[in-house]
Design a protein. Structure first.
Length: 73
């Protein structure tokens, strides 16, 4: 009984992390093909795909504004 509860909780955590990773993938400015590739990997291999995405995935670094008037005070 104890082990089944642990496995259930582990499954819930993995699903929540996968949903978070997918949301992060689709918020990036990367091309649609890259987003689809990461989505397929995460959905087909939930734990391994999440680990690979965590190491090599797209980063959420925002592109700074290019306007010259943006930083003027």
């Amino acid at each position: 009984m104890e082990m089944s509860i642990f496995m259930w909780l582990l499954g819930v955590v993995v699903v929540l992390l996968d949903v978070w990773a997918l949301a992060s993938v689709w918020r990036t400015t990367k091309p649609a093909g890259t987003k689809v590739g990461w989505t397929v990997l995460i959905l087909c291999l939930p734990m391994l795909g999440l680990a690979i995405w965590g190491i090599a995935g797209p980063r959420g670094v925002a592109i700074p504004p290019t306007s010259q008037n943006h930083s003027k005070g």
